[in-house]
Design a protein around this ligand. Structure first.
Ligand SMILES: Cc1cc2nc3c(=O)[nH]c(=O)nc-3n(C[C@H](O)[C@H](O)[C@H](O)COP(=O)(O)OP(=O)(O)OC[C@H]3O[C@@H](n4cnc5c(N)ncnc54)[C@H](O)[C@@H]3O)c2cc1C
Length: 680
C-alpha cells in the first residue's frame, strides 16, 4: 500500500487523517445528510465503508439494534467478494482468520445398507486460476467488524447510530435539495419511542428481508415459498464423521444436511432439513427446538456419531425465493423524468435459501455497485440519471440468483433416487453443483451493454477481460522495484476508474504510437477524459488511474523514460508515484498477456469501473472512442475541486462543489435505454 504522500505520518497507515469535513459523531443523527443508509448488515456496511472514503459526502448509517452483530447469520465469502475486500484493504485479514473451502464431498445412502451414508463424490471447490482468492468461510459478525473498522479509520470517521428504527420515508421533489424525509424511532430503553427526522438527498434501505424502506416506497418481495423448514446451528462437537472439516452435502433417507467447516478449526455449521410445512403454515408455528435440530442431524449422520458439546448459535427458517421488481422508488417507465431518491439493497430486495452461500455476497455486491455511483453523482462527476443503472444492473443479477437458488434448493431437498425412478440421482446433484461453481464463486456476473459497459466489438484484443465482467487479476512485475504484484489490486474502493494500457510488441521504444501516444492524448488533448473530468489542482490520477503493462523484461524498461503520466508527481510535495508501470515478464509461468488473451502485437486498453468491472476493451490508439465513452455519462468539471482534500480550504471547496454540481444536474437524465441493459 502507498502512504506518506502528503508528509510523513507515524502509526497505522490504514488510519487516514480525519478530514475537517468529517461530521463529528454526536448522539443525535444529523438532521440533514447527503446519504442516509438504513441497516448495519453486510449491504449497509459495504455502502457506508465505500462512502466513508469521501468525507465531502455527508453520510449517516442507522441500525435498529443497540450494537453490532456478535454471532450467527451468513458465513460464506465467495472469491469475488474477497476481490472486493481487497479493494477495502482487509482481504489479507479475512484470509488469515477464515476457514478455506478447498474441496466439497458428497454423501448418499449406502446401496447395501440404505440407513447408512457413504461418500460418493469429491470435487475441487474453486477451479484453478478462477481468482487469486479462495472461497472462504467467516462469521458475518467478523465481516461487519472489518467494515466498521474501515469506516472508523476513514477520513470521514463514520460510525453507525444504533438503536434507530426507520419508521417512514417520504419523498417530495419540490422540497429542494433534500427531498427525502425519514422518520426514525429510537429503540433503546432510555429513549424508547422518541422520534428523529432526517432529511436526505438519497436514502438506501439495507434493512433486510422485512425492509421498512421497501414498504415505504410501495415495493414488495414477490415469489414462492417451498414450504420446507430448515435449521442451522454452529456447534462445537465430537464426531467420527471423516469429512467434518470439508464442505459436505449429505442426502440420506432421514433428510438432507450440509456441513460448513468454520473458522478457528473447531467450529462447524450444520444446515439440517426439518419439517415439510403446510400451504399456509409459518416455520415459527412448529416451535422447532435446538434439541430437535441435533436429533435430526444425528439421524442423518448415521452410522457416524455426533456429540454436540456447545451450540454457539442456531436458527430455523423456511425456504423461499422472492425478489422486488424494482430496486428504487421510480415507477417503471418514468426513468426519463424522475431521479431515484430511495434505493433498496441486499435482502431488502431479494431473499432466498442460505445454502448456496449467496445472501451476504450478493447483498455486498449490490451495495458496491451503488456506492461508487452515488459518490460519482454527489461529487459532481456524473448526472443523477446514472443512478438508474443500479436497478438496471442489479435487479437482473438478483433475478438470476433467484432462478439458480430455486433449482439448487429443490435439489438439496429432493430425496435420493430410490432405484424405482423416484428421487434425485446423487450424481446429478453433484454435477449441478460443479456446473455452477463459477456462478457461486461470484464471478459469473455479466452486465449488459449500456452507457457504463461498452460493446464487445474489440473483445478479441483481450479475450480474458470480458466486457461487463469483473476484472480478472493476474500477476505482473512492478518495474520500479521488481516486486511481483496482482495487477487487479490497483483497484481500490476509491471511486476511481482504472485504465490498464497493455503495450503491443516493441511499444516501449515507439515514440509515436501505443502507450506514449495514449499518454500524450490524455495529457494534452482538449477531448481527454483526464482533462475534462479532473478538476484543476487535483492529482493527475484523481479520477483516472492509468497503469501500463509492457512485454519487455523490467531490466529493459526505465521508469525515467516513461511518459510523465506513468510516474506522475502528486500530493503536497509533488512526489513521484513509482507504482504504475509493470512488466508482464515473470520468472515462471505464462504472463498476463497469455493468461488473459491480450493481443501481443497491438496491445489493448482495458477500462475498468470503480467497482472492478470491465467497462471497455479497445485499441490503444482509438482516443476518440475513449473520449466518447466517458462523455456518455460524465460531467465536465466546472469548479476548482481541491488538490488535497485534507486541507481545510480544499475540503470546503469539495463540499461546495458537491452542492453546486448536484443542483446543476439534478434534473438531467440520460436516455432510459442507456441504463436498461441489465445483465447478460
Ligand atoms: C436470523 C438470520 C439468519 C440467517 N442465517 C443465514 C445463514 O445461516 N446463512 C446464510 O448464508 N445467510 C443467512 N442469513 C441471511 C444473510 O445474513 C443475509 O443474506 C445477509 O445478511 C443480507 O445482508 P443485508 O445487509 O441485506 O441484510 P441483513 O443482514 O438482514 O441486515 C439488515 C440490517 O438492518 C437492520 N434493520 C432492519 N429493519 C430496520 C429498520 N426499520 N430500521 C433500522 N434498521 C433496520 C437489521 O437489524 C439488520 O442489522 C440469515 C439472516 C438472518 C436475519
Amino acid at each position: 500500500m502507498q502512504f506518506h504522500l502528503d508528509g510523513f505520518r507515524p502509526g497505522d497507515p490504514q488510519r487516514h487523517p480525519a478530514s475537517p469535513l468529517a461530521l463529528p459523531h454526536t448522539d443525535a443523527v444529523p438532521p440533514q445528510v447527503d446519504v442516509l443508509i438504513v441497516g448495519c448488515g453486510p449491504a449497509g456496511l459495504t455502502l457506508a465503508a465505500q462512502l466513508a472514503a469521501f468525507p465531502e459526502i455527508r453520510t449517516a448509517i442507522v441500525e435498529q439494534k443497540e450494537g453490532p452483530l456478535e454471532k450467527g447469520q451468513a458465513d460464506g465469502i465467495a472469491c469475488r467478494t474477497m476481490e472486493m475486500f481487497e479493494a477495502f484493504d482487509f482481504a489479507e485479514r479475512v484470509l488469515q482468520e477464515s476457514c478455506w473451502i478447498n474441496e466439497v464431498t458428497f454423501w448418499k445412502p449406502d446401496g447395501q445398507q440404505p440407513q447408512h451414508i457413504v461418500r460418493h463424490g469429491r470435487v475441487q471447490d474453486t477451479e484453478d486460476g478462477l481468482s487469486e482468492f479462495p472461497h472462504v468461510v467467516l462469521n458475518q459478525a467478523r465481516v461487519h467488524d472489518l467494515y466498521l473498522e474501515t469506516m472508523r479509520n476513514s477520513p470521514s470517521r463514520l460510525a453507525p447510530h444504533y438503536a434507530r428504527k426507520l419508521v417512514d420515508v417520504v419523498v417530495d421533489e419540490a422540497a429542494g435539495d433534500y427531498p427525502a424525509t425519514v422518520t426514525l424511532e429510537r429503540t433503546d430503553p432510555q429513549h424508547a419511542g422518541q422520534r428523529e427526522t432526517v432529511r436526505a438527498r438519497y436514502v438506501v434501505g439495507c434493512d433486510g428481508a422485512r425492509s421498512a424502506t421497501r414498504a415505504a416506497i410501495g415495493r414488495e418481495l414477490v415469489g414462492e415459498a417451498a414450504h420446507q423448514a430448515w435449521g442451522v446451528m454452529d456447534v462445537l462437537a465430537i464426531t467420527d464423521f471423516p469429512d467434518v472439516r470439508y464442505k459436505v452435502a449429505i442426502q440420506s433417507g432421514a433428510g438432507s444436511l450440509l456441513i460448513i467447516p468454520r473458522e478457528g478449526g473447531y467450529l462447524t455449521r450444520l444446515y439440517v432439513e426439518m419439517d415439510k410445512l403446510g400451504e399456509d403454515e409459518r416455520v415459527a408455528q412448529r416451535q422447532i427446538t435446538v434439541e430437535r435440530l441435533i436429533e435430526a442431524a444425528q439421524r442423518i449422520f448415521h452410522p457416524y456419531t455426533l456429540d454436540v458439546k456447545e451450540v454457539a448459535w442456531w436458527s430455523v427458517y423456511e425456504i423461499g425465493q422472492r425478489i422486488c421488481d424494482k430496486y428504487d422508488n421510480v415507477a417503471a417507465g418514468r426513468e426519463d423524468s424522475e431521479i431515484p431518491r430511495v434505493f433498496i439493497a441486499g435482502d431488502a430486495c431479494h431473499t432466498h435459501s442460505p445454502k448456496a452461500g449467496q445472501g451476504m455476497n450478493c447483498s455486498m455486491q449490490d451495495a458496491f455497485n451503488l456506492g461508487w455511483k452515488l459518490a460519482a453523482v454527489l461529487r459532481g462527476l456524473c448526472p443523477p440519471a446514472l443512478l438508474h443503472s443500479y436497478n438496471a444492473e442489479r435487479q437482473a443479477v438478483g433475478k438470476q440468483l433467484i432462478d439458480f437458488d430455486s433449482e439448487w434448493s429443490r435439489m438439496i431437498s429432493d430425496k435420493p433416487a430410490d432405484g424405482q425412478g423416484a428421487g434425485l440421482d446423487p450424481k446429478e446433484f453433484q454435477t449441478y453443483f460443479e456446473r455452477h461453481l463459477r456462478y457461486t464463486a461470484g464471478v459469473g456476473t455479466h452486465y449488459g451493454a449500456s452507457l457504463l459497459c461498452g460493446d464487445d466489438r474489440h473483445q478479441a484484443l483481450a479475450t480474458g477481460f470480458q466486457v461487463g465482467t469483473r476484472f480478472h487479476s493476474a500477476q505482473v512485475l512492478r518495474i520500479s522495484d521488481a516486486k511481483v504484484v496482482q495487477l487487479g489490486h490497483a483497484g481500490k474502493a476509491d471511486g476511481r476508474w482504472r485504465l490498464y494500457a497493455f503495450a503491443g510488441r516493441n511499444d516501449a521504444r515507439d515514440e509515436d504510437g501505443g502507450v506514449r501516444a495514449l499518454c500524450r492524448f490524455l495529457e494534452t488533448s482538449p477531448d481527454s477524459p483526464l482533462r475534462r473530468y479532473t478538476a484543476a489542482g487535483q492529482d493527475p490520477d484523481a479520477v483516472f488511474d492509468l497503469r501500463a503493462i509492457f512485454q519487455e523484461s523490467h531490466a529493459e524498461l526505465e521508469i525515467q523514460a516513461m511518459p510523465a503520466l506513468l510516474w506522475p508527481q502528486k500530493g503536497r510535495y509533488g512526489l513521484r508515484d513509482y507504482e504504475k508501470v509493470f512488466s508482464a515478464r515473470l520468472k515462471h509461468g505464462p504472463d498476463i498477456f497469455d493468461l488473459r488473451g491480450v493481443d501481443r502485437e497491438q496491445g489493448a486498453l482495458v477500462v475498468v469501473r470503480p467497482d472492478q468491472y470491465v467497462a471497455l476493451v479497445m485499441p490503444l490508439d482509438d482516443h476518440q472512442a475513449l473520449a466518447d465513452f466517458f462523455a456518455g455519462f460524465m460531467l465536465r468539471r466546472v469548479g476548482g475541486s481541491p488538490a488535497h482534500p485534507t486541507s481545510p480550504g480544499a475540503a470546503c471547496g469539495a463540499r461546495a462543489a458537491i452542492q453546486s454540481n448536484t443542483r446543476r444536474s439534478s434534473h438531467r437524465s440520460a436516455p432510459r435505454t442507456a441504463w436498461s441493459a441489465g445483465c447478460r
